[in-house]
Unconditional design. Structure first.
Length: 492
């Protein structure tokens, strides 16, 4: 039993530590060469600066998380916080990129209540928790952290089509997509094959909704499944670096998630199901309580709903294009997961952040006139990157706003411009025309000028992710504009 022992700077090349109890031992600076650690217990051991080349690390018996692998033999993951002397492993927060003071203050407020927290490079101010924020809790979940659009996320399908197959028909396809898929708040799915009978509507999870409200909520959810909503939600058609055609969509659980989020926050604040809660006041729900358990069930149901909706829309657009599905990349970025990090199970809330375990693929969209990407969590050789661990294996979900909606589009009243914003239609059209994008819908607050550049935020994430494909936009469909050009010109 070598628990908590010190092996600082030791020369242990060829040592046989098979089955040894080495929890919390300090091996800082030691050299192991081909040492055998097969079956050793190493929870909490400090390996700062250790050379483990050719060491046999097979089947380390740790209950901690985040598999790290050596260049030697690894029959199963090493789990546990290996302190490599870079500081990150002992810190509880990590910020990628540059952010305004208001966003950073909000992030550090969240961090003060969580075990660990990270802010992605596309972050900006939000309700309670910044968009782009990641926070880990012990057996608690933040419904406001998950957000009011529970399970908002991205899905992308690679088709068997090539750019030359669609080039001459882009305006026609754009019109058909905009006419088939319902865009905008409160819309319902008009398609004859709308997924109104999806098996999720028979799920027992609906019982967490009070009986007096259940029927109406299920009816609304049926009608809206396969619609995209408004704001920054979209349906895009892309071509990648090999001219292969992709379809990408971004939206969440629609009115279902919105209602569930508000109602559970209301209940946590001592209000009734239909009361209006204070969404600027944090609530943390213990998962061992009935309310916390019910929220987790409701959130998971909204996750199923969002997955079903995005896949239906993406596949409907592939059908419109006349293609077939070759690959699906799909992920939530507003959700909570039970994961093991730094030797303990935690509840990880990602609010506008994409899960990015090594090898895990994600679709990340830029603004309406910018490229998007298919990426994956990076493989970094012998050990997992400390910044990947500090990010709680997360990355950006988009480019990230640099302007608020009013700041971008100005103030409008009944279709008339009352106070100009920083972006007008001429600016937006010039950008989109320069990119050759067929745009249907989209408003000034979603113009490319209102966002960071995706390349910049990805660069700020460092080598924690790898870009697999770069997708250039051909068609962008969004909710109809609420700021008309004639009204704007008249208002000026």
């Amino acid at each position: 039993m070598l628990d908590r022992s010190s092996w600082v700077g030791a020369e242990l090349s060829g040592a046989n530590l098979s089955g040894a109890q080495l929890g919390d031992a300090n091996f800082s600076g030691a050299f192991f060469g081909p040492a055998n650690f097969s079956g050793a217990w190493l929870v909490g051991a400090n390996f700062s600066g250790v050379n483990l080349v050719e060491a046999n690390l097979a089947a380390w018996c740790c209950t901690a998380s985040r598999a790290a692998r050596s260049t030697g033999t690894c029959g199963s993951p090493i789990r546990g916080p290996l302190n490599r002397g870079e500081g990150t492993m002992n810190e509880t927060t990590k910020v990628f990129g540059e952010h305004d003071e208001k966003t950073l203050e909000q992030f550090h407020d969240v961090a003060s209540r969580s075990v660990r927290a990270a802010l992605m490079a596309d972050g900006h101010f939000g309700y309670v928790m910044p968009i782009g924020g990641v926070a880990a809790y012990r057996n608690q979940v933040s419904p406001i952290g998950v957000g009011v659009d529970i399970a908002c996320g991205n899905a992308a399908i690679r088709t068997d089509l090539m750019y030359e197959d669609v080039l001459d028909h882009l305006p026609v396809y754009a019109d058909e997509i905009a006419g088939t898929i319902a865009f905008g708040p409160g819309q319902t799915n008009p398609s004859e094959d709308a997924p109104k009978d999806d098996p999720l509507f028979e799920d027992g999870a609906w019982t967490v909704v009070p009986r007096s409200h259940r029927g109406n909520l299920i009816g609304k959810a049926r009608a809206q499944l396969g619609t995209t909503g408004g704001g920054n939600h979209y349906v895009d058609v892309f071509a990648d670096e090999e001219d292969r055609i992709w379809v990408g969509v971004h939206f969440g659980s629609r009115g279902l998630g919105f209602k569930l989020a508000h109602s559970f926050v209301a209940l946590a604040q001592g209000l009734e199901w239909d009361d209006r809660p204070d969404m600027n006041s944090e609530v943390l729900l213990d998962l061992d309580t009935p309310l916390g358990a019910d929220y987790w069930t409701a959130m998971s149901l909204a996750g199923q709903y969002a997955y079903a909706g995005r896949e239906w829309v993406a596949r409907k657009v592939v059908e419109i294009l006349g293609g077939t599905e070759q690959e699906l990349v799909h992920n939530h970025h507003n959700f909570a997961w039970k994961e093991v990090h730094f030797a303990e199970e935690l509840v990880v809330v990602r609010k506008g952040a994409t899960p990015a375990e090594p090898g895990q693929k994600g679709f990340v969209g830029g603004s309406m006139g910018d490229d998007s990407v298919i990426l994956r969590g990076a493989f970094t050789g012998a050990f997992r990157h400390p910044e990947q661990e500090a990010s709680l294996y997360s990355t950006v979900h988009g480019a990230g706003r640099v302007m608020g909606r009013i700041e971008a589009k100005g103030k409008w009243k009944k279709g008339r411009l009352v106070r100009p914003g920083k972006i007008d239609h001429e600016m937006m059209d010039e950008w989109m025309d320069g990119k050759g994008v067929e745009l249907r819908g989209g408003d000034l607050d979603e113009a490319p000028q209102a966002y960071r550049r995706l390349d910049d935020v990805l660069a700020a994430q460092g080598d924690t992710v790898e870009i697999l494909h770069t997708l250039r936009p051909l068609i962008v469909c969004m909710a109809p504009s609420r700021t008309s050009r004639p009204a704007q010109e008249e208002g000026q």
